[in-house]
Design a protein around this ligand. Structure first.
Ligand SMILES: [Fe+2]
Ligand SMILES: [Fe+2]
Length: 251
C-alpha cells in the first residue's frame, strides 16, 4: 500500500491543543470523558473529534482562543458519543466545511453533521485529505471501526488517534506505511485501559521503537500511561485538556 501524496510538508510547524479530555492538564479547561484536539498549521486548522458535550467543547475553545470560523476541516475518528457529542458546538462553522468520517459511520453521524451545515466526506481507503495530511482509511476492530489522522510535517510524521480501537500498534504501523518512516509523535487515546500488565509492557516496547515522542491520554489508562512514561522518559509528554504541543519545541 502506498499513499504517496505530494511528499512531506516542508518543515511545517504545527501546534496541537487538547480541547477535551478526561485527563486535565490546565485547570482553566473543563475535563470530561472523551477527546478532542485542534491542529493549527500555517495553511489550515483542523478539529479532531469533539468530546462528549457541546457546552464543554465551546467553553474550552473560548479558553483556548479558538474561533469556530477558523476551522477549515473536521475529522471524526469514530462514532462513539465521547468523540461526537460536541458536534453541535460547530453550528457556526463555515458552511460546507468538510467533515471526514469513515464510511461505516456516515448513517449514524450524517444527521448531526447536516445540522451544522457541514459537508460529509466519507473515507474508505487511506488517502491524502489535504496536502501532507492523511487519513489511515477505515481500520477494522472487533468493537467499532475507526480512522486516524496522520500529518507528514517534514519534521516527521504525527499520528493522532481517537480511541485506537483497531489497536494502537496496528495504527502506528499504518501511519508509518503512509509516511515511510518512524513517527515523530503519537498522541490521543490508545485504548489500553484494562489490558493485562504483560500486554501493556509489550505494547509500550513496540511503541517505543516506532515513535520518538508520545502524548497518550483519554482511554489510554493510568497503568499504560505509567509504563509509557517510564519507557519514553523525557520523550513522554504529559497530556490532557489544555495541553499545547508545538512541534518545533520538541527537537
Ligand atoms: Fe473514546
Ligand atoms: Fe471509542
Amino acid at each position: 500500500m502506498a499513499v504517496c501524496g505530494e511528499g512531506p510538508l516542508e518543515g511545517v510547524n504545527m501546534r496541537i491543543r487538547i480541547l477535551f479530555d478526561n485527563y486535565n492538564f490546565d485547570d482553566a479547561f473543563e475535563s470530561s470523558w472523551g477527546f478532542s484536539c485542534i491542529i493549527t498549521m500555517p495553511q489550515k486548522t483542523i478539529l479532531f473529534d469533539t468530546g462528549n458535550n457541546e457546552d464543554i467543547l465551546s467553553a474550552n475553545m473560548t479558553v483556548a482562543g479558538i474561533d469556530i470560523g477558523d476551522i477549515d476541516m473536521v475529522f471524526i475518528s469514530h462514532a462513539h458519543w465521547d468523540h461526537t457529542g460536541g458536534l453541535l458546538a460547530l453550528k457556526d462553522i463555515k458552511a460546507g466545511t468538510p467533515v471526514y468520517v469513515i464510511e461505516s459511520a456516515v448513517d449514524e453521524l450524517g444527521g448531526q453533521i447536516n445540522n451544522i451545515e457541514a459537508s460529509i466526506e466519507a473515507v474508505v481507503n487511506p488517502r491524502e485529505i489535504m496536502p501532507g495530511v492523511f487519513s489511515t482509511g477505515e481500520m477494522d476492530s472487533d468493537y467499532v471501526n475507526e480512522h486516524s489522522l496522520v500529518v507528514n510535517t517534514g519534521m516527521g510524521g504525527v499520528l493522532i488517534t481517537g480511541c485506537a480501537h483497531p489497536g494502537i500498534v496496528n495504527i502506528v504501523d499504518k501511519a508509518m506505511e503512509i509516511t515511510g518512516e518512524k513517527l515523530l509523535l503519537t498522541l490521543g487515546g490508545f485504548h489500553l485501559k484494562d489490558k493485562p500488565p504483560a500486554e501493556l509492557e509489550k505494547t509500550a516496547n513496540e511503541l517505543n521503537g516506532k515513535t520518538l515522542y508520545t502524548a497518550p491520554s483519554h482511554c489510554t489508562g493510568d497503568d499504560a500511561r505509567a509504563i509509557l512514561r517510564e519507557k519514553f522518559g523525557s520523550r513522554f509528554i504529559e497530556s490532557g485538556a489544555g495541553k499545547t504541543i508545538e512541534l518545533d519545541k520538541l527537537q
